[in-house]
Each structure stands twice: as structure tokens, then as C-alpha cells.
Design a protein around this ligand. Structure first.
Ligand code: FES
Length: 100
């Protein structure tokens, strides 16, 4: 578990939620109300990309599937990324959805 905050590019908070390690970060963000767009859904297009402002160490960029394209070190494709198992419940992650 971890506390995740999703912002839009202007810095507005779109959603905050307790994330699990089973589902992708993007799916959980959508369910929490942040409309992060998906297109391919398999880590191949950048539509769902988020920049990580805080908590990069808690994110497994290929938690639910492999990335098929390269992204910057502080970015993750939220359709395939997720929270690392065993992450402390009080861990904080802040991401900015670049295509909101
Ligand atoms: S929706 Fe295409 S990379 Fe995530």
C-alpha cells in the first residue's frame, strides 16, 4: 500500500488514494477519479505517461507488464506500472499525468 496523489500538468490535485500492489497505477487512478487517458493499455504509446514528483523508489515500472517504449527515468507508463509489493502504507507517491 501507498498513498498516491495524482496531479494535472497545472498542479491541480485530481485524485488521492491508497494504492494496492495488484492493479496498475493508472487503473487505480482512474477508479479514484483522475481521468488518466489510456490508448494501447500495454506500455507502447505514452498516452498514460506520468512524471513522478515523489516516491519513485516505490514504483515498479513493469509491475503488470513490460514497457515497449523508453521513457525518462522520472516517468512511468501508468498502464503497466504499479506499487512495489511490500511498500509501507505510509509511503507517499506524487505523480503528474502529462496528458490530462
Ligand atoms: S496507454 Fe499506451 S503506454 Fe499506457
Amino acid at each position: 500500500m501507498a498513498k498516491v496523489t495524482v496531479k494535472d500538468p497545472a498542479g491541480n490535485v485530481m485524485a488521492q488514494f491508497e494504492a494496492n500492489s495488484e492493479e496498475s497505477l493508472g487503473t487505480q487512478a482512474q477508479e479514484a477519479g483522475a481521468p488518466i487517458p489510456f490508448s494501447c493499455g500495454v506500455g507502447a504509446c505514452r498516452t498514460c505517461v506520468c512524471k513522478v514528483e515523489k516516491g519513485l523508489e516505490y514504483i515498479d515500472r513493469e509491475a503488470v507488464g513490460p514497457m515497449h517504449i523508453m521513457v525518462e527515468d522520472d516517468e512511468n507508463l501508468t498502464c503497466v506500472s504499479g506499487i512495489k509489493p511490500g511498500t509501507a502504507a505510509d509511503a507517499e507517491i506524487v505523480v503528474v499525468a502529462e496528458n490530462l
